[in-house]
Design a protein around this ligand. Structure first.
Ligand code: ACM
Ligand code: ZN
Length: 630
């Protein structure tokens, strides 16, 4: 009988801890806050504020009603009821626009005070209140996204005093919608997700060789022809070009109405959209639509993802005045659609070989006294800057715009490392730092054999260790940074999420939190909590930080040795050479491995205690030997 009671108690406890096994019911212990990005200061006090059906959100100013409604929309499905929202103040959740313009908080900072009786979010601007509400949401248990039951949850917030403000004004993510197309709804979802982590810039890479994605009413062929290509899957760069009569059915574009809708949606989340029209290179889709503004008029099809660079022309003809007439039409419409201060004109990776042979480009160089095609690119960018200036817009370009001389007021996005950003800042230009090693979300985030194919490596720890302000550079010139998701190998939205999170969370913290608050181990523990939040919110993410790091190294006599490591601490690595899958009773990695005679594969996995947490990695010994010889 006693043992039966014990069993009943154990079952009750298991249910209490697992919340009846249903993910919707899981309770997350709020013993320590797990906020990303980490706020400037947090002081936990005792007790909790509980949200219930009677909880009211009080706005001290009508202008805060939209953020109150946003908050209610985000939590009401999970709560199972709507919060009351009124103008005024009282015992409840108070959203307060400060009238003493607290200089410490600036435009985006906030104070969040939680007591047992009420919550107060105080800020100088609605942006700050919005960010305070994001923090508040992260202090609540994870919230499901749609109307699925999430009962048995104690909707309580620990009492605390938080003061917070961003380190940088530019906290961005870029999404390439050309290589693969993402619908308007997916783009909105991406913006919503980045705003939840207090990012405020969405850089929309709208055009590239593989598709033109924005309607230009005065140049309709850009989307009639330029938005569509032959349908392909498989490895990018290896795809067969379009067959003779093959239909161009893959693609899509955004109408002006779509753009206005997305811009408004972003504004409601205090996100500024920076549109990018990538010129004069990366323009294959443009010149398929309008061959008259290319040098050779020879390109016929939108590239499907095969090798074409230097073979098929993808640069606009800079010698042709018609090119600038078309660009004026394009940027007139872009400037009218996007309220941003900046427009991004690309400027990257422009192949100049066709300019070398083009009589019009050569004449332009002669007439403008330009020494070489780098100076021709500089001439182009300077002309673009003037064109944008006439439309009250400022120019941003990738760091190649330094080649041949930088346009006088250009802002530089440094991607090929930090050097060009440093050069630009030393010349007094504003800079956004997005070096590939830390900020390229299209790169591998862990052991390549268990990740979808892409280029080089940029781990979560690389994102987290990023420091945007180089030593000796005036920090005022570094506006901030952004993560860039190029989509050559990102064919769908859930993979876009997989590539973005958690590296985007790391970058959000780099761009928002004080440098001295950054702590890798603490961040990893918060990431694990946010994995759980993302599960509830149905947001995909990568768990690559759990996978082993495998490095072939050379032994004394040049023989293969294998070094294993982990990106995060407290993981054990188990391995086998005997063609079985590793288990926690297999050999545990302690030090550099020698390869046993005739071993053909090494299999590796990571464990937390007896629980596998990484992906099974299985590597051919011959392949590792080959890597060593390279
Ligand atoms: C770039 O990655 N080409 C800016
Ligand atoms: Zn030309």
């Amino acid at each position: 009988m006693k043992s039966l009671i014990n069993i009943a108690v154990i079952i009750a406890l298991v249910f209490a801890f697992t919340g009846c096994n249903k993910p919707e019911n899981k309770q997350v212990a709020n013993t320590k806050l797990a906020i990303i990005p980490e706020p400037e200061t947090v002081k936990l006090t005792s007790g909790n504020f509980s949200i219930n059906k009677n909880t009211t959100v009080y706005c001290n100013n009508e202008s805060l009603l939209p953020v109150a409604n946003y908050f209610n929309k985000k939590v009401s499905d999970a709560l199972g009821f709507n919060l009351k929202i009124v103008v005024g103040e009282g015992d409840g959740i108070n959203l307060i626009l400060s009238d003493d313009s607290d200089n410490i908080l600036g435009n985006e900072g906030y104070k969040l005070n939680v007591t047992k009786k009420s919550i107060a979010i105080i800020a100088n601007k609605a942006n700050g209140v919005f960010y305070g509400l994001q923090t508040l949401r992260q202090m609540l248990p994870p919230q499901i996204k749609s109307k699925t039951l999430q009962f048995d949850i104690k909707w309580s917030v620990p009492c605390a005093e938080i003061q917070d403000r961003p380190r940088f004004v530019w906290r961005g993510l870029m999404l390439d919608v050309s290589r693969h197309f993402f619908t308007k709804e997916e783009v909105k979802e991406y913006i919503d997700q980045l705003a939840e982590y207090k990012m405020n810039i969405f850089h929309w890479h709208l055009t590239d060789d593989q598709g033109w994605r924005i309607e230009i009413e005065s140049l309709p062929k850009l989307t009639e022809k330029g938005a569509w290509r032959a349908e392909r899957v498989g490895d990018w760069w290896q795809r067969e070009p379009r067959g003779k009569d093959e239909p161009t059915i893959y693609g899509g574009f955004y109408s002006h109405d779509d753009i206005r809708e997305v811009v408004k949606y972003a504004q409601e989340r205090f996100v500024e959209i920076i549109p990018e029209i990538d010129v004069p290179g990366h323009s294959l889709s443009t010149i398929v639509a309008y061959p008259e503004i290319s040098c050779t008029h020879t390109v016929k099809d939108i590239n499907v993802g095969n090798k074409f660079y230097t073979v098929d022309e993808n640069s606009l003809c800079v010698g042709n005045d018609q090119t600038f007439e078309y660009l004026d039409k394009i940027f007139t419409e872009i400037a009218a659609l996007f309220p941003s201060e900046y427009i991004h004109v690309g400027g990257d990776e422009c192949y100049k070989g066709f300019w070398e042979k083009c009589p019009k480009c050569q004449k332009r160089m002669h007439d403008e006294h330009l020494e070489n095609t780098k100076e021709l690119q500089s001439y182009f960018i300077k002309r673009m800057e003037k064109l944008l200036h006439e439309k009250n817009k400022k120019l941003i370009g990738w760091d190649e715009i330094l080649e041949g001389g930088l346009a006088p007021n250009a802002t530089v996005m440094s991607w090929r490392g930090m050097e060009n950003g440093i050069k630009a800042a030393k010349a007094g230009h504003k800079v956004i730092m997005t070096p590939t090693k830390n900020c390229y979300l299209d790169l591998y985030q862990g052991e390549p054999s268990v990740e979808p194919a892409t280029y080089s490596m940029s781990r979560l720890s690389d994102s987290y260790s990023f420091e945007p302000v180089p030593e000796g550079i005036n920090p005022k010139l570094i506006l901030g940074g952004q993560g860039n998701l190029w989509t050559e190998s990102v064919p769908n939205f859930w993979h876009a999420e997989y590539m973005t999170w958690p590296r985007g969370w790391a970058l959000a913290e780099v761009f928002w939190s004080p440098k001295e608050n950054r702590n890798w181990e603490d961040f990893v523990s918060r990431v694990e909590k946010h994995f759980e939040r993302a599960d509830f919110a149905k947001i995909n993410y990568a768990q690559s930080m759990y996978n082993a790091i495998v490095t072939p190294v050379s032994g004394e006599n040049g023989e293969l040795k294998i070094k294993l490591d982990t990106e995060i601490k407290d993981l054990d690595i188990y391995y086998t050479f005997d063609n079985t899958n590793p288990y926690y009773l297999s050999s545990k990695y302690e030090s550099l491995l020698s390869v046993p005679k005739n071993a053909s594969r090494i299999r590796i996995n990571t464990y937390k205690g007896e629980k596998p947490v990484g992906k099974l990695i299985s590597l051919d010994i011959g392949m590792l030997e080959g890597k060593l010889k390279k």
